[in-house]
Design a protein around this ligand. Sequence first.
Ligand code: ZN
Length: 506
Amino acid sequence: MFLLFPSILFAQDKDTVAMRYSRIITKEDLKGYLTIVSDDAMEGRETGKDGQKKCADFIQSMFRSFGIPPYRDNTYYQEFPLDIVKPTHAEVSINKINFIANKDFYNYPGQSEQQINSTSVLFLGYGIDDDKYSDYKGIDVKGKVVMILSGEPFRKDSTSFVSGKKDRTKWSYYKTKPDKAKEKGVSALLIVVDNVEKDVADNKHRLESESMKLEGNTIEMPVIYISKEMANAILKKKKIDSLKEKILASGKPLNLVAKTKIEIGIKSKIEKVNSENVLGYIEGGDLKNELIIVTAHYDHLGKSGDVVFNGADDDGSGTVGVMELAQAFAKAKKDGHGPRRSILFMTVAGEEKGLLGSSYYVQHPEFPIKNTVCDLNIDMIGRQDEKHKDNANYIYVIGDDKLSSQLHTISESANKLYENLELDYTYNDVNDKNRFYYRSDHYNFAKNGIPIIFYFNGVHEDYHKATDKVEKINFDKMEKITRLVFYTAWELANRNERIVIDSDKK
Ligand SMILES: [Zn+2]
């Protein structure tokens, strides 16, 4: 009896406070809000468009109805300026001969306006970094026009030069070539591909899409995908195929300088637009200078003709989860149980365009970054993936141990005490090829040294399709996950000590 007594008290204590307010979060409310957020009237909530603004207005009106006052100057909005970059073809000439876009070469939109003129092109075989397949070591690539072969070199026995294995799926390698080149200060990167016209057909949508960025970002290195004929024009007497054969036969890297006059012109057509993050700020008590942030993105893909991408799961589910959490904490505060630390419930825009709203926030934080304890980010919590098709009682937890082991412990114990979900850490593995850790808004906080948790149900057959609709949402599941976030936030906001940053597993 004596031993049991304190734990009973503890349980009763929870029952009267945290548990009571967790019950404000209900599947009925979640369904009601999500039915509005994912309605056709919201037109797919594309950043900068009317539907997104309509949804912002709905969220702010709900924050107001929960009794949350505007966070400053009578507003719930943090507005941010964006550039819509229209697709334009690059202009490329070699020794004064103009080449033709989408036949001889192609480039993706989003590159900033610039003119690059050079009298030489540096050929670096397959590589741009100091891996064993490239011997550019000691060669200064800074400010130079660099040409490389696409893909990965394979030996005659079809083992890879890079991995030494018969493995043709080293996808991360393909992605990193332009990144590496940018990092090294290359002025323009030419990538020789096997078939320009096929690539253009395969990537038609991306090539013709507008892209969006925060206003006034820095100049991006152009990346131009060129045909073998164009490569031969650059090399003059040499032929790209024979250089390729030489590399593959010898198993050794190769580099050379082609004395060729090349001119690359990128023109950009930009349209200005504004978007807004919607902020529901609940001021804390004795520790109010410290801040917990809870985020979800309310923007989605918009519409294509008459087809609306409703984005019920992505990320209508997280959006209404944040709204319910705000309501629960607002009610607790009204009743005299407000959080000790302040909490910012922030639905952001621009996620689908490249995490732009959260990126803007961390560049222009409304509350000091150094006082920001953590970010709990919810992106898709209403569905099940293939792996869990027979078990709704799960959620992927990503990133919780990357900067703070305490955050992981708090998340685990909140789950054990209250919700008993299966916390699946599959995607927390740094080697996971999906790289989800880098793919939602929490990452902008993590980059700034703020511990995060990312709650995610995994992708499913309706992911990024017009069929991501409210009828397919499991609201029992959503209620449980939202309550798990509630208990985790409750502990983070009310514990004596701010969680410490004690690890670096990025
Ligand atoms: Zn999303």
